[in-house]
Design a binder for this molecule. Structure first.
Ligand SMILES: [Zn+2]
Length: 248
């Protein structure tokens, strides 16, 4: 007991001998270290090309990327209606989980393409069938396209009035950077893809690109066959499954 008492006492008196340092002056402005990230995404879509209806045309979509695709073509079916709120936004976890359930098994090239094109509203995976590949540039060591690489292919949906398939060329790119010649290369690739669509032997010619569905916020009906909820009230065919609508 006395030993412990002796050990503590000198340290206390030593600490008391040191004068307290003066508080640092309060700065008028915080010295900020700047953090910034700029992402640049771009996309181009062509007019739609009308194709006579028939399931065999969907199977022919990958061949429309002949001589343009630099990698294997992957075909993405329209998303299941149960995944209606899917979104490639990681902070919206419920939407991101649905997106991963729908597309998590796709290749890095396809996921990059869907992310860019869906963010820009250039395609709508709710009803578009999308045949996709790397079209220009390279991928990184994990297989993801570099920012200046161009991805895309053809997207197709069923025309609500006629039941024809509407196919359009779609290209996109982007990420942490931009390059001067990307836009020009993308235009050339879009032209090649549109040519391939027109020369596929099933074309009925160009059509004004009408996005399916009613006016935003307007009335819609649900498809009796696939459950797609955003069909125009007067649509004859479902844009997602191509089946004839049954109106009451
Ligand atoms: Zn349907």
């Amino acid at each position: 007991m006395p030993l412990e008492f002796l050990r503590r006492k000198p340290s206390k008196s030593a600490a008391a001998a040191v004068p307290e340092p003066a508080p640092p002056p309060i700065p008028e402005e915080a010295v900020a270290e700047e953090h910034q990230l700029r992402l640049t995404f771009g996309a181009k879509t062509s007019n739609g090309v009308r194709m006579q209806g028939g399931p065999h045309i969907l199977a022919a979509l990958p061949s429309m990327l002949d001589n343009v695709a630099k990698t294997a073509v992957e075909v993405i079916e329209p998303r299941e209606t149960t995944l209606a709120s899917a979104s490639p936004s990681i902070v919206r976890t419920a939407e991101a989980l649905e997106w991963l359930r729908a597309h998590g098994e796709s290749s890095p090239i396809t996921r990059h393409a869907l992310y860019v094109l869906e963010s820009l509203d250039a395609i709508d995976p709710a009803y578009d069938t999308f045949a996709c590949a790397l079209l220009d540039g390279t991928v990184d060591t994990s297989g993801y396209p570099e920012y200046a690489s161009i991805v895309g292919g053809v997207a197709a949906h069923w025309d609500e009035a006629t039941g024809d398939l509407i196919v359009r060329a779609v290209v996109g790119w982007g990420g942490r950077g931009a390059r001067g010649d990307t836009d020009r290369i993308a235009s050339r690739l879009l032209g090649q893809l549109l040519n391939n669509i027109l020369e596929s032997g099933e074309s009925l010619g160009l059509t004004a690109h009408d996005r399916p569905g009613g006016t935003p916020g307007g009335a819609t009906v649900t498809c009796q066959h696939c459950g797609y909820p955003l069909v125009h009230p007067r649509a004859v065919y479902c844009p997602k499954c191509g089946m004839r609508m049954l109106h009451a």
